[in-house]
Design a protein around this ligand. Structure first.
Ligand SMILES: [Zn+2]
Ligand SMILES: [Zn+2]
Length: 817
């Protein structure tokens, strides 16, 4: 029989047009008063930056979400699965600079091509909810939310040492500095003292930690990264006093039990007291020189290079023993951690130890392993679990934890310190000196100070300017007509804020906007957002662990406190996918190992690509692309195509209630469903489908089994639909049915999934030694392996290896020793 050839392009175009016409994946919003009843769910992948075209990583990520969406839909859930573009920010703006053009034009062009690619992949997206964060109808509400934070004191402006990317010519949030480098461009960052806008995320540090317990399923790795980033530690704030001037020098320490071991004191070069401490002294010039030199050093350099510093000539008085210890300036002390000053305990801190050795400062041991007190004579002593205090005055002999409590209490009684909790987390620096971002809706008035733009005047529209290139101050400052405005409060002349917002502000609430994307009256309706959210399954990259994933949690908590939504965590379940490599390296243009999605689609079709990206390996791991691999999934589709056309041509036949192939089919249903829904594994179901197709091919020409073959073939088409929705719909139609995407997801019959169990007699030299229960039809080599693994067989076999084995399938294994 001459079969019609499978033409992916035609099949895929046909079904994409049908889905569009039928608005197949749009889900209407409920009445805002309707409460969620468990029949709806929200599947979401992180939205893309439109800085170019889609790459294979996107294809993987969105296909994974798509398969999950289809299965949930067919299980009867109403699935919200929206899409949008994180369109503001450095990624888009840098793409525009590189290509030469206005960021808006380049961004919109990129959005168009991404949208085209997404539609070409056939993803089940509710396009009626599409948003772009750079459109005024979106950023109007970003500004509105900013003002709610501002009113509560959660957005504030402040001068502080901040991280500056010299290449991008803008400040960065601490979270955007990865190992001392700019998260976007990899340039080493510098430190600068600037007035900037911050979100008071530190106020939510404890809630961000404590409420992790309410998350349903997040990778432990992401939670650990967030915990470490927040860096909560219990300790004490201890006040040293400058000898002679009486100035207070507070420090935070997690080890107040080591106070007697403090032999010097160190200030960060940015510490505000340095000038006053050295003014007019002989050390003034040396210290100023050192401060100037270190200003050019990056944080990485400061933390990793050989420690150095300069003595101020001043001394600080240790509150526990009245000892005057020298005050140094050392750039391994960072202003942004703690108080910008440390009490140095060289015997018990590695960095302090290096510094003391270099400058010949005293090293005094004050904790020692319990029971084995030994003078370490200046060596660094690593902390152990059970330490006791030595050389510590009245506290000598106490265990370290007791000593910590006792010394803290002693300080508290005298007003010299207090127990306190320290955090590594700093407030989120949100302002940027770049053009392509959401304007901060604040007006500066000489008479009134900072005045919010009234809600009914939002959005503050980003002005059109010709020269948007970064220049170290916001390019918006050049838009004189836009900057000059009147004060909303007094009506006098005033100037607009010219910094724009970090793009991570835009993406901290987009998942809320999707729920009510076309609302012109408000950012969202609380009832509707509470109906859809929290997101039940969120999918994205681990690189956002302490960026987007923490910012979105922070926003959600604040918005819950403001009464704008009824939950405190945005994403119940999170899945972080691995990356795609080719020839051993991450796909990148510079390495020349990129396979573009468009090329792969043109050659094999979207369905083969969809199947292949998920077939490559476990979704959470990094995977290697292979051209042979995608040819394999293209062949699978071709085999299913030919099989189905053949089966369809024979006409309908009733499926028998039982049979070998019927059972194999039910086992496949069980495996596919279990792997996707319970284990969140997407590659093993494809392997199961490959196997079932092979089994069908083995018996397809046996006329006595036509009913079984038809049932198995229909099931293959049904199970492959989430992965390869176009060809599955086409084949389903050829089989005489309509709209597979709306058909219930197949359910395995437990009675047919269960395999018959047989008992195998295991003999050693002809004598019965054990009995094994195994599934009927277990292969001979597997039976031998099981027999040899038996404890009783091993006892009787002794040391010798078996000479040979005799197997009677489903009955007996005899091991001859
Ligand atoms: Zn940069
Ligand atoms: Zn005013």
């Amino acid at each position: 029989m001459e079969l019609e050839r499978y033409e992916p392009e035609a099949v895929e175009a046909k079904w994409q047009a049908i889905w569009d016409a039928e608005r197949a994946f749009e889900v209407p919003n409920p009445d805002p008063s309707v409460a969620a009843d468990g029949s709806s769910t929200y599947v979401l992948e992180m939205l893309p930056y439109p800085s170019g075209e889609l790459h294979m990583g996107h294809v993987f990520n969105y296909t994974l979400g798509d398969v999950f969406t289809h299965v949930r839909r067919r299980q009867g859930f109403t699935v919200l699965r929206p899409m949008g573009y994180d369109a503001f920010g450095l990624n888009s703006e840098n793409a525009a600079i590189k290509e030469g053009g206005h960021p808006r034009d380049i961004t919109n062009r990129n959005i168009e091509s991404i949208r085209r690619q997404m539609r070409r992949m056939g993803w089940a997206i509710d396009w009626s909810r599409e948003v772009s964060t750079a459109e005024p109808d979106y950023y109007r509400w970003t500004q509105w939310l900013f003002l709610r934070f501002f009113e509560r004191g959660l957005a504030y402006r402040h001068e502080a040492p901040v991280k500056w990317c010299p290449k991008d010519q803008t400040v960065l949030a601490n979270e955007q500095v990865i190992d001392g480098r700019c998260e976007r461009c990899g340039t080493e960052v510098e430190s600068r003292n600037l007035t900037q806008w911050f979100f008071r995320i530190t106020e939510y540090a404890d809630q961000l930690l404590d409420e992790m317990a309410t998350l349903e399923s997040w990778p432990e790795r992401v939670l650990t990264m967030q915990r470490n980033w927040i860096g909560r530690s219990e300790g004490a704030r201890v006040t040293f006093r400058v000898d002679g001037t009486g100035d207070d020098l507070p420090v935070f320490t997690t080890r107040p039990d080591t106070l007697f071991g403090a032999t010097f004191f160190a200030l960060a070069p940015e510490h505000p007291l340095i000038g006053a401490l050295t003014a007019g002294s002989a050390r003034e010039r040396d210290v100023a020189d050192y401060v100037r030199r270190t200003a050019a050093r990056s944080t990485v350099e400061r933390e990793t290079k050989e420690k150095d510093g300069v003595f101020t000539g001043r001394y600080a008085v240790n509150p526990v023993n009245g000892e005057a210890i020298p005050i140094w300036v050392a750039d391994y002390v960072l202003m942004e951690y703690g108080t910008g000053a440390i009490m140095a305990v060289p015997a018990h801190d590695e960095r302090d130890h290096q510094f003391a050795e270099k400058y010949g400062l005293e090293i005094r041991q004050v904790v020692a392993p319990a029971g084995g007190v030994s003078e370490q004579g200046g060596a660094y002593v690593a902390h152990t679990e059970d330490e006791i205090l030595v050389n510590s005055g009245e506290f000598t002999g106490l265990s370290a934890p007791e000593g910590k409590r006792a010394i803290t209490a002693w300080l508290e009684e005298r007003g010299l310190g207090e127990a306190t909790i320290g955090y590594r987390l700093r407030d989120w620096l949100l302002s940027r000196q770049r053009y392509w971002g959401c304007p901060i809706p604040i007006v500066h008035c000489d008479a009134c100070g900072m005045v919010p733009v009234p809600d009914d005047e939002l959005p503050v529209v980003l002005p059109e300017i010709d020269d948007y290139l970064p220049k170290g101050r916001s390019p918006l400052a050049a838009a004189e007509e836009w900057v000059a405005t009147t004060c909303p409060s007094c009506g006098g002349p005033a100037r607009r804020e010219t910094d724009t917002m970090d793009t991570f502000v835009d993406s901290s609430w987009y998942f809320l906007r999707y729920a009510d994307a076309r609302n012109d009256e408000a950012a969202w309706d609380t009832g509707i957002v509470d109906y859809w959210l929290p997101v039940k399954q969120y999918i994205g990259g681990i690189e956002h662990a302490v960026l987007h994933l923490m910012y979105a949690r922070f926003f959600t908590k604040v918005l819950n406190d403001l009464g704008l939504l009824g939950f405190r965590e945005p994403f119940s379940r999170l899945f972080t996918q691995g990356m795609i490599y080719r020839n051993g390296a991450k796909m990148s243009k510079t390495k020349g190992n990129v396979v573009s999605p468009d090329e792969a689609i043109a050659r094999y079709g979207a369905d083969a690509l969809r199947l292949y990206v998920l077939y490559m390996g476990p979704a959470e791991q990094d995977k290697e692309w292979s051209d042979a691999g995608i040819e394999g999934t293209a062949r699978l589709i071709d085999r299913v195509w030919r099989l189905t056309l053949e089966v369809a041509a024979r006409g309908a036949v009733d499926a028998p209630a039982d049979g070998e192939l019927v059972r194999a089919t039910h086992r496949t249903i069980e495996r596919v469903s279990d792997d996707i829904l319970r284990r969140f594994q997407f590659h093993t179901p494809i392997a199961a489908l490959f196997e079932l197709v092979n089994e069908i091919y083995r018996v397809k020409d046996d006329e006595a089994r036509a009913g079984e073959v038809r049932f198995a073939t229909e099931t293959v088409v049904s199970l492959v639909q989430p992965y390869a929705p176009h060809v599955a719909e086409e084949l389903w139609e050829r089989l005489g049915h309509a709209r597979l995407r709306e058909q219930p997801w197949p359910e395995a019959d437990p009675a047919l999934v269960a395999t018959d169990v047989v008992e195998i007699a295991v003999q050693v030299n002809g004598k019965l030694r054990d009995r094994l229960q195994v599934p009927a039809g277990t292969a001979e080599d597997e039976l031998v392996a099981l027999a040899l693994a038996s404890e009783r067989v091993r006892v009787h076999l002794g040391e010798g290896a078996p000479r040979r084995t005799i197997v009677v399938p489903d009955r007996l294994v005899n091991v001859v020793a």
